[in-house]
Design a protein around this ligand. Structure first.
Ligand code: MN
Length: 738
């Protein structure tokens, strides 16, 4: 039992509040500190009886969120007020009208955007997706909603340790699915990186710990290397009397982990563990010239790789990122990335939108930034889209990751599209009608089809026809959410029209058969034709797939149709059953290996879990429960969108089943090598091999072996033994299907 000293706690709260004020002080205007104090007192009073899971007073959370808003995002007074109040409407008796009365409509609007939608959700919708969509809807009014939400999420991730494990997984997955990409798109690199690292910490704890330890262990050697590398550059920059700062920056734990996994290499083989960053204090009008001057100095000492030059100064990234990157060869024969940028660019890179805003007036270039274009694009998409929340989040998400291509209209106007955009995307970008009627295009005077991939600098002229209309397969080659949602809208409209026609046909037919068109009859018709929804049924009639004479036949078998309308929701019923079975056993944990007879489960093919992996169960419609690894590439989507289908799972300790896994072996070819490898597997270790494929090319062999193992421990022993075989260079587990 912990005893709480109320007096001490009060002092601590005041201390934290004063710290907040101190950080805000440089930008406070008259009256600001008064309104901040009022917000603080309101939040303190509203949350007074609440504690966080850590046992600390709840008010620490809004205070910390406000601090993140100042220090890490660079936001101002309105945001501090909103951050302090961000949980009061959702969690306390205060209402949005109270906030509006006391703090004005601006703050109230932000708080409203941050308050979750409550209530019951239809089957198949996702509460998370709905809430996310609602939050984005307010983006058109105020981007601060998203920024404060990110601060809130960052603090929740920092304090995730006090949550129960299944909750940790859900929060971490949501973060990875939406919030980290969002932070990236808004140019908040520091926050994005921390969110990704925390995700890894809670989903692959061992690997996270191992990588962080290795980073610490290798620090000294790395520092030495960096110092030797920058010495001549530093001297020359000084001689040319440039004001600057040089840092060696290590890659994030997550990006190292990601690289190791993607390229199937150990930590020691990640060659670009760090980058060198040169930050210049430069006058606005000299920024570009100064950066290139530094580039020229760096490449005087070290040979650059011409393929790795990135100039985001002449053309900044869509999220506002500006920097000059080059990769050069250092003297011990190792490639080193050098990032060159000014102080202003660096602040934008770290703090994103808010810093951008701050510099906007004195940056000298009047063009509206890519970020503002992006925000207005999101706004447009929100206004147009009537897709379901999950569809919407998916579309939105797919747009977050893309880098851009720059293309031109016939008149030379610049259009920015996401990487991978096609001529059809371009057509929709010009105008919805032009997109819908698009027949093809001329790219640099050459005739190309709709799905032609655009490249930087292309000049595009759209060709249209009045007879053209959107079709389903267009969705396969557009990447912009604008084109996607417009095509979907058109298809839905066409579908609705066909369904309307179908309904008329059904009505006429039933009248002839002397049957009434009511819910019951229609439901029976749907069941009879085995359609998923009534609309599907009408649509097929309208399109002539179901012929009127078949409806006649329905009357004859009508008496045999079950009347229970609930039976049609197969999904709901079948997975409720599965979940109920797990619950029956008093615990809601699925024990893999013991529950086989009670619960129908299978191991997911996408990530091939074996005992020892961290896993969760996911209830599917037709195939029972699927077991996925928590690090499965599909996990973030499943966990964040369909949390209600997730079942906790762990391996039972008394497993003696065997599991299929794939190993990749690379080595130098020699006579008898394959024999040695197979001897170890089936002879010495008594493991069953199911398949083996070996390719040799100029003395190098690469093999994939599929075999049965008991658990991760067993697998490790085997990998170690195989690695000792003469000629074998590397053995790795292939953990995702690519
Ligand atoms: Mn909160």
């Amino acid at each position: 039992m912990i005893t709480i000293d109320v007096e001490d706690e009060k002092k601590e709260i005041i201390r934290r509040y004063r710290r907040l004020l101190r950080r805000a002080k440089p930008f406070l205007k008259e009256g600001d500190s008064k309104i901040i104090r009022k917000a603080f007192n309101t939040a303190l009073e509203a949350h007074k009886d609440m504690r966080r899971r850590t046992g600390e007073p709840y008010i620490y959370h809004p205070l910390d969120v406000a601090l993140i808003a100042i220090d890490e995002i660079g936001l101002g007074t309105t945001s501090i007020v909103a951050a302090l109040l961000h949980d009061v409407v959702e969690d306390t008796d205060l209402e949005i009208s109270d906030v509006e009365r006391n703090f004005g409509p601006k703050v109230a609007k932000i708080i409203d955007g941050l308050t979750k939608i409550s209530g019951v959700f239809e089957q198949g919708t996702s509460e998370q997706a709905e809430n996310f969509r609602k939050m984005l809807l307010t983006l058109s009014d105020d981007v601060r909603v998203i920024l404060i939400k990110l601060a809130d999420r960052l603090h929740n991730m920092r304090t995730l340790a006090s949550m129960p494990q299944n909750k940790q997984l859900k929060v971490a997955s949501e973060t990875m699915y939406i919030y980290a990409p969002l932070a990236h798109r808004l140019g908040l690199y520091a926050i994005k990186t921390e969110l990704e690292d925390l995700w890894l910490k809670y989903t692959e704890t061992d690997q996270y710990d191992e990588i962080s330890k290795k980073i610490v262990d290798t620090k000294e050697a790395r520092d030495k290397f960096v110092n030797r590398f920058i010495r001549p550059i530093r001297k020359e920059l000084k001689d040319q009397s440039l004001q600057f700062e040089i840092k060696g920056r290590t890659k994030s734990i997550y990006s190292i982990w990601n690289k190791m996994r993607k390229q199937n290499i150990p930590f020691e083989e990640v060659y670009d563990l760090f980058a060198v960053r040169i930050i210049l204090d430069s006058e606005p009008e000299n920024e570009k010239a100064d950066c290139w001057k530094v580039y020229s100095i760096v490449t005087d000492f070290y040979q650059p790789n011409p393929d790795r030059l990135r100039d985001w100064i002449s053309t900044p990234k869509g999220n506002g990122y500006e920097s000059l990157h080059t990769t050069v060869m250092s003297s011990p024969g190792q490639w080193v990335e050098v990032q060159i940028r000014t102080r202003r660019m660096d602040e934008i890179a770290e703090k994103g939108y808010a810093a951008h805003w701050k510099y906007k007036d004195n940056s000298g270039n009047g063009q509206s930034s890519g970020l503002e274009l992006w925000i207005s694009g999101v706004r447009e998409m929100l206004e147009q889209s009537d897709s379901t929340a999950i569809e919407f989040v998916d579309d939105f998400r797919s747009n977050l990751f893309h880098e851009e291509v720059f293309v031109f209209t016939p008149k030379g106007e610049l259009k920015t599209l996401p990487y991978g955009a096609t001529a059809l995307d371009f057509a929709f970008e010009i105008h919805t009608e032009i997109g819908a009627r698009c027949l093809g295009a001329k790219v640099n005077q050459r005739l190309v089809p709709l799905n032609h991939l655009l490249k930087n600098g292309d000049q595009v002229e759209v060709l249209t026809s009045k007879k053209q209309k959107p079709s389903e397969d267009w969705l396969r080659f557009v990447v912009t959410s604008k084109a996607r949602s417009k095509i979907k809208d058109a298809l839905k409209e066409e579908r609705k029209a066909a369904a309307r026609e179908g309904k008329e046909i059904v009505k006429r037919k039933l009248r002839q058969m002397k049957l009434k068109l009511n819910n019951e009859t229609v439901e029976q018709l749907r069941a009879y034709f085995d359609e998923r929804t009534v609309l599907d049924f009408y649509y097929k009639v309208g399109k002539g797939v179901i012929e009127p004479k078949e409806i006649k036949h329905f009357k004859e078998v009508r008496s045999n149709i079950p009347k229970d309308p609930n039976q049609r929701i197969e999904d709901a019923a079948s997975f409720k059953k599965q979940i109920a079975k797990v619950r029956q056993k008093q615990s809601d944990m699925l024990l893999i290996g013991e529950d086989m007879d009670v619960v129908d489960y299978r191991l997911a093919k996408c990530c091939n879990p074996i005992p020892g992996d961290e896993v969760f169960g996911f209830v599917t419609v037709n195939e029972g429960i699927k077991i996925h690894r928590t690090s499965c590439p599909n996990a973030p989507e499943l966990l964040s969108n369909y949390g209600y289908r997730v079942v906790k799972a762990k391996w039972s300790s008394q497993m003696d089943n065997a599991f299929l896994t794939d190993l990749k072996i690379i080595g130098t070819d020699r006579v008898g090598l394959i024999n040695d490898v197979t001897n170890i597997i089936s002879g010495e270790l008594k493991v069953n091999m199911r398949a083996m494929a070996i390719a040799t090319d100029q003395g190098i062999f690469e093999g994939k072996i599929t075999l049965y193992v008991q658990d991760t421990g067993h697998l490790e022993v085997m990998i170690r033994k195989l690695q000792k075989v003469n000629g074998v260079v590397k053995v790795t587990r292939i953990d995702t299907l690519k």
